[in-house]
Design a protein around this ligand. Structure first.
Ligand SMILES: Cc1cc2nc3c(=O)[nH]c(=O)nc-3n(C[C@H](O)[C@H](O)[C@H](O)COP(=O)(O)OP(=O)(O)OC[C@H]3O[C@@H](n4cnc5c(N)ncnc54)[C@H](O)[C@@H]3O)c2cc1C
Ligand code: HEM
Length: 404
């Protein structure tokens, strides 16, 4: 909880700080990477730096945390902190690095806001920073402990035992630990970071969801190639994986993390609704495969939207898994339908005549516009917002409280 003096100062300066956060975070990253270039090698995602997405996520999270402290003193914005802590654990953040980030962030705040940052104002925001950092550090310590790894040290080599083309732009890599140790425990729906060396020698991390049952010794990721549209370049890691990684190669993977997962697999009654678009199908096939492996009798509804049946990664596997589950069914939407899926609907996902089972837990994954549209439809259909869990395949720019 903030002290009374700091609360008044943070309240008075929040509009000015929030208004300048874009400039502050731009300056923060520029100075930090200039003076600590090692952080860009093997930790930060330079695609998200270039697009500005990480900067906006950081700014949004600080403003969101400060607002939550003022509006609900004594509580913590759990969803916000949990998402960040899992991402931090997946990229290997350690507690000593919070001092580095503090130094550059507060340097940037002082530079941008100038004389407005009196010693008292700086001390009040310092308190906000360390409350947030403390909450993240303790969550990250627990995540590392649960994963049985030392902080920042969850990397292990895995061998690609099979590479399979799923669609013209999606490939799956089936992986086995190369060090002979058992595969780490994972929950269905979680992701790993993959660490690769780019042609310029810089290491880059990206997250990929485990797209098959995480219960066995083999794990699978399914990677969509990110192609640029002229104005934007092709995605660097997905392109490298598509073009250079094959059977017998090794990949360095983090332990599995992520707070959007099936946390009640033994529950036999609560319905599960899996809603995805495009490559957002990967957490859903992970969850479906796990339910099938457990012989679950839960009601399961799979809803997926894609460009066409040929673009729909893991389509045949989704059908096969639904067949194995006694109370599961699926509905697909395609913008360009094809004869392979005669029962599919045409166009974008429209839940108008789809009955969503009462009391269901809903998992949602796809682009932000897709998730906004579907979440609105689910709320209109009476689904409680509490029951909707969503995964964003990038820095979360759909922060709690801002979801439409
Ligand atoms: C939790 C999580 C789970 C995920 N699971 C999966 C999964 O199962 N399967 C999957 O395929 N992906 C998944 N992703 C996405 C994946 O991590 C990568 O983001 C994706 O593969 C693209 O990475 P890339 O290196 O190819 O692209 P990047 O090089 O990182 O580029 C990403 C985007 O930014 C744009 N960009 C890059 N540079 C610039 C610039 N200078 N200016 C403007 N725009 C720019 C690119 O055009 C591209 O559209 C997941 C992400 C998260 C966070
Ligand atoms: C209080 C301090 C911090 C805050 C508020 C914060 C906030 C965030 C947020 C909001 C994200 C995006 C999460 C998402 O994917 O949705 C993130 C990701 C990340 N953070 Fe932090 N962070 C803090 C400290 C740190 C520290 C100390 C480091 C280590 C140097 C760090 C490194 C990273 C990295 C590498 C990512 C992933 C970046 C990417 O994939 O683009 N963060 N952080």
């Amino acid at each position: 909880m903030l002290s009374a003096e700091s609360e008044a100062l943070v309240r008075a300066t929040l509009p000015a700080v929030a208004g300048a956060l874009d400039e502050i975070t731009t300056r923060f990253y520029a100075t930090m990477f200039r003076e600590r270039p090692e952080l860009l090698d093997g930790m930060f995602n330079r695609g998200n730096q270039a697009s500005g997405a990480q900067r906006r996520a950081l700014a949004g999270s600080i403003a969101g945390f400060a607002t939550a402290l003022l509006e609900n003193p004594g509580t913590r914005p759990d969803a916000l902190l949990s998402r960040i802590a899992h991402k931090h654990a997946a990229v290997g953040v350690t507690d000593d690095q919070y001092t580095i980030v503090h130094k550059y962030l507060f340097g940037a705040i002082a530079d941008v806001l100038g004389a407005a940052v009196t010693a008292e104002v700086a001390a009040a925001w310092d308190e906000v920073y360390w409350l947030m950092a403390g909450a993240l550090i303790s969550r990250e310590a627990l995540l590392y402990q649960d994963a049985g790894v030392r902080p920042g040290g969850s990397w292990r080599p895995w061998t690609v035992v099979e590479r399979r083309t799923e669609t013209p732009d999606a490939v799956s890599f089936l992986l086995r630990p190369a060090d002979g140790e058992p595969a780490p425990r994972a929950h269905a729906g979680q992701y790993v970071s993959v660490r690769v060396r780019m042609p310029d020698g810089v290491h880059q991390l990206r997250q990929y969801t485990l797209s098959s049952d995480p219960g066995g010794e083999l794990r699978r990721i399914t990677v969509k190639r990110a192609t640029g549209d002229g104005a934007e370049p092709d995605g660097e890691v997905s392109t490298l994986l598509h073009e250079t990684v094959g059977e017998g190669d090794e990949l360095l993977l983090s332990a599995p993390f992520g707070d959007v997962f099936l946390d009640d697999p033994a529950d036999a009654v609560t319905p599960v609704v899996l809603v995805s678009a495009g490559i957002g199908c990967t957490p859903m096939t992970g969850i479906l495969a796990h339910l099938a492996a457990l012989g679950s009798t839960r009601p399961v509804l799979v809803l997926h939207a894609d460009g066409s049946p040929a673009d729909h990664a893991l389509r045949a596997e989704t059908h096969a898994l639904v067949e194995r589950l006694p109370h599961a069914r699926s509905v697909f939407w395609y913008e360009r339908p094809g004869p392979e899926e005669p029962d599919a609907r045409t166009g974008l996902m429209d839940l108008g005549d789809t009955e969503v089972p009462d009391g269901a837990t809903v998992f949602l994954c796809g682009s932000l516009p897709f998730m906004r549209s579907v979440r609105g439809q689910l709320l209109a259909a009476g689904v409680s917002p509490r029951r909707i869990r969503y995964e964003v395949f990038g820095p979360d720019l759909w922060l709690p409280g801002t979801a439409a």
